[in-house]
Ligand binder design. Structure first.
Ligand code: NAD
Length: 399
């Protein structure tokens, strides 16, 4: 088995080791990360898809090493990231006598990681937890930095906290089973790093024929994952609680979260919404004189070439403005935005006037996201549709 690379993330609650590799040994995971925590019980939180691929082996391994394991499996998708499901998980933990010595393992994508981290941070005022990210998006972004939480009908990630995991275990071999659309989805966040933080990555992506070229080349994929992890770690180490600099990671997210909320968390994947949000932010940046038109067009060209984006048609500026009003970065009613001002460069603006915002949204929506029709991805139908499973029941098993 391959030796993992180890990155120690400096946080206010102590160093968080991140292990990165392809084909990591779960026996090492148990021996070096789980056993030292001396848990009286382990809760594996996963979704049905990921559990089918990776959960059973992990559960068996932990049981064979003498651990008491309770497995909680959720319907896959963003609609599971809510308080109702969190409450169901509290019930499972309580019913199985989890104590402060117990440990949760978040095995899955960003939905599972954010939700399980939220439960770990709040149950009995805090359990230890490990992030085992299995989606590309979770590996390059959501498993790092300690932001955990759930969605609310008023806003994306509206309820949450900062809670660092005890460790992060990132095995890129898991990416082999990730559906192509979920692989693409991660490029919303990967492009974000490139456009505001990492000029060499931006150059690399501009030279790429397609996202498939990354997937087909293990060394290139490893390099992209490592670069994004390093970019995020560098930001989090400087500003763990998002007092200032960390807000750079919200590039594309202000509009993106408004779209996700307006689409009731089923219409857009997170990365797609972020990508649309980056296009909108750049248009707004041009409107307020923070971004050169030539760079906005070049950045938009890169985003559109790598990602087939859904059209935001059907959404109205008024609705999106209402959701923007709940943005966590607003200060005293003033809208805060991050713009990319060149490859790997950014600017903050805290005084974006509402008329500029409205006009940018109206233009963008009227142009159907301004994408050439052939390059658009058909949006999901709506409501409790194909992608979002209803936030129904979780299932659990106990050893
Ligand atoms: P997700 O967790 O819903 O995973 C996407 C889909 O991929 C799911 O259907 C899942 O079952 C499947 N999947 C995951 N790994 C797989 C694998 N190895 N093989 C086969 N299928 C697999 O979504 P996501 O895109 O991973 O994460 C999006 C979430 O992350 C959003 O809720 C977003 O808000 C959050 N996020 C959080 C942060 C943070 O800092 N906490 C940062 C960025 C995004």
């Amino acid at each position: 088995m391959a030796q993992p690379e180890r990155i120690d993330i400096r946080t206010t609650s102590g160093p968080v080791p991140l292990f990165l590799g392809c084909g990591l040994d779960p026996v090492v995971l148990e021996a070096e990360l789980v056993r030292p925590l001396a848990p009286d019980a382990i809760g594996i939180v996963s979704d049905t898809t990921v559990f089918r691929h990776y959960g059973r082996d992990l559960e068996s391994l932990l049981e064979s090493r003498g651990h008491r394991v309770v497995t909680v499996v959720l319907p896959p998708g963003e609609t599971s990231k809510n308080l109702e499901i969190a409450v169901e998980i509290y019930g499972e933990l309580c019913g199985n006598h989890f104590s402060r010595r117990s440990v949760l393992l978040a095995l899955g994508g960003g939905v599972v990681g954010d939700l399980a981290g939220f439960v770990a941070g709040t149950y009995m005022r805090g359990l230890r937890f490990l992030q085992l990210p299995t989606s590309l998006l979770a590996q390059v972004d959501s498993s790092i930095g300690g932001k955990v939480g759930v969605n609310h009908r008023c806003g994306k990630n509206l309820v949450g906290l900062f809670r660092q995991p005890a460790a992060i275990w990132t095995d890129t071999r898991c990416l082999s089973t990730l559906p192509p659309e979920e692989y693409l989805n991660a490029f919303g966040e990967i492009l974000k790093y490139a456009l505001v933080l990492d000029e060499p990555l931006c150059a690399r992506l501009e030279a790429l024929p397609s996202v498939e070229a990354v997937r087909a080349d293990e060394a290139l994929q490893a390099e992209v994952v490592r670069r994004c992890i390093r970019a995020k770690v560098a930001v989090v180490e400087q500003d763990e609680h998002e007092a200032g600099y960390r807000r750079v990671l919200n590039f594309g997210h202000t509009f993106g979260h408004a779209l996700e909320t307006a689409g009731r968390y089923v219409r857009f994947r997170h990365g797609e919404a972020v990508a649309l949000g980056m296009l909108l932010a750049q248009e707004l940046g041009v409107a307020v004189g923070a971004v050169e038109r030539s760079w906005a067009d070049r950045a938009a060209g890169l985003v559109r070439r790598l990602l087939p984006l859904p059209s935001p048609e059907g959404h109205a500026a008024d609705g999106l403005l209402r959701h923007l009003g709940h943005d966590k970065k607003n200060v005293a009613g003033r809208h805060f935005f991050v713009f990319s001002t060149g490859p790997g460069r950014f600017a903050f603006r805290e005084d974006v006037p509402e008329p500029a915002l409205r006009q940018t949204l109206e233009r963008f929506l009227a142009a159907g996201g301004a994408a050439p029709a052939g390059a658009r991805r058909k949006p999901a139908a709506c409501g409790r549709c194909s992608r979002g499973s209803p936030p129904a029941m979780i299932s659990s098993t106990t050893s």
